[in-house]
Design a protein around this ligand. Sequence first.
Ligand SMILES: Nc1ncnc2c1ncn2[C@@H]1O[C@H](COP(=O)(O)OP(=O)(O)OP(=O)(O)O)[C@@H](O)[C@H]1O
Length: 234
Amino acid sequence: MISFQHVSKRYIKHKALRDVTFNLEKGKVIGVVGENGSGKSTTLKLIAGLLRPTSGEVTVDDQKVDRGISRMVAYMSELDHVYPFFTVGEAVDYFASQFNDLDREKAEEILSFMKLRKDQKVKTLSKGNKGRLKMTITLARKVPYILLDEPFSGLDPMVRNAIVKGLIRFVDLDAQSLIITTHEIREIEPVLDEVLVIREGQVLGHELVDDIRSNGRDIVGWMEHLYEGGHIDG
Ligand SMILES: Nc1ncnc2c1ncn2[C@@H]1O[C@H](COP(=O)(O)OP(=O)(O)OP(=O)(O)O)[C@@H](O)[C@H]1O
């Protein structure tokens, strides 16, 4: 379980998260959604141990997050982090040398699903294909928590649905959780178990998708309702 207890994060002047408390259970696909600048990436970076909370505590499976957390958490950032002169195959080899939990067989399977060739140079890949490569490298790691920050940016809408479904195929929900920040709520809705809505650094809503549906709403309808009410919990 991932747990935030009264977590605040301040960047020099700006308070990106304000006294946030929530738990994310294991074995689920969780969407972290909200407007630009609401604090979604900051939340993921705190789980990945790339940032430290200004106050409060973040734990993963009861372990306080520190640098060693990379054994439990695979994080895919929004930014380019793959050396441009590598081929796709070399990029996979490089990350396999950095993370001994990277499953090469699975990486090959995902590359072929993503329609990437191992001899392609990273610098020649389109933005969408770079995104696919980053997703491949992250999803191929055998860790309990996989974090994807805006994985669909740059992907054309025609393939987005297929990629969303593929994501699930490559996650072992008996042993792994997938946590995704996204603005593409409608595309991701079919695979989500749980949604966490962040607004201006606070938790605006946190609900199981089944519970949202049993109230006769879809996620977008539920979010509209939340934003209208301006209800803050957590
Ligand atoms: N390194 C930084 N230094 C200063 N301010 C930052 C830094 N990173 C983020 N912020 C600010 O913190 C707030 C939350 O940023 P964050 O990136 O977590 O939002 P987000 O919800 O992921 O946004 P988006 O949907 O645009 O990616 C924003 O106001 C942002 O400008």
